[in-house]
Design a protein around this ligand. Structure first.
Ligand code: ZN
Length: 239
């Protein structure tokens, strides 16, 4: 239950409701309609159609941006992404950003979208990054569950986010692994960013840096943080 629900009167523009009123295990959001259709959502939606629009816009804005198809899902839907690079060296540092391994977490797509819009913009840092790295963005990984409106958590046959072993069941995970492994083999995978939503009502976030990138004093904290996270995962597997 988010603090505010999201609604739209045209299916395009989304607004937040006023904060909901909690009543025990339920919450009440008030929405005033206009007499026409009304869309109400957990959070601002982001569907494969939004991916298509984002990739087309990025390609229009920058010659460095090129859309690609990462894989076809088990349901036969395309998983699309964007490659952005103007690097002059053949094997520049690789940056991989994907979102929405959990289909309900539409907020992660909006972060991927904001990053993409910045990446193809005239901003000096974005230009620098394009000139020195090869960046991949996949706005929706679990396209099947995002398309059908499922949550995706604890999904059958497997939670998408827990499919990252040697035998992934999702073709898009296998395809991402293949590309990531190739960059690892060339010793140039610089960043791997897996975007998620925090749980409802939880404003905190966490991220994990490689050990070598941490300052000496931060390493024990990093280990302790990981341990705490693993214990938390074991105790609350829904996070
Ligand atoms: Zn998640």
């Amino acid at each position: 239950m988010p603090e505010r629900a999201t609604f739209s009167t045209d299916g395009q523009t989304w607004r937040h409701t006023a904060p909901g009123k909690k009543e025990g295990a339920r919450i009440l959001y008030e929405v005033t309609g206009t007499g026409g259709p009304l869309w109400v959502a957990w959070g601002p939606p982001f569907t494969p159609r939004d991916t298509d629009a984002l990739l087309a816009e990025a390609e229009k804005l920058s010659p460095a941006a090129k859309a690609f198809e990462l894989a076809r899902t088990r349901g036969g839907r395309p998983v699309r992404g964007l490659r952005v690079s103007e690097a002059s060296t053949p094997k520049p540092p690789g940056i991989w950003v994907h979102a929405r391994q959990h289909a309900w977490e539409s907020g992660s797509c909006w972060v991927a979208r904001g990053f993409t819009e910045w990446l193809v913009s005239d901003d000096a840092d974005a230009k620098w990054l394009r000139a020195h790295a090869e960046v991949f963005v996949v706005p929706i990984m679990d396209v099947d569950n995002a398309a059908t409106g499922n949550g995706g958590k604890e999904a059958t046959p497997r939670d998408h986010n827990r499919d990252w072993d040697d035998n992934p069941v999702y073709p898009e995970v296998a395809a991402a692994q293949q590309r990531l492994r190739a960059m690892v083999k060339e010793d140039r995978l610089a960043v791997f960013l897996d975007l998620h939503n925090p749980a409802a009502g939880d404003p905190t976030f966490f991220y994990i840096l490689e050990n070598q990138l941490l300052k000496e004093g931060a390493r024990p904290l990093h280990r302790a943080g990981l341990r705490a996270h693993q214990q938390n995962q074991a105790a609350h597997p829904h996070e």
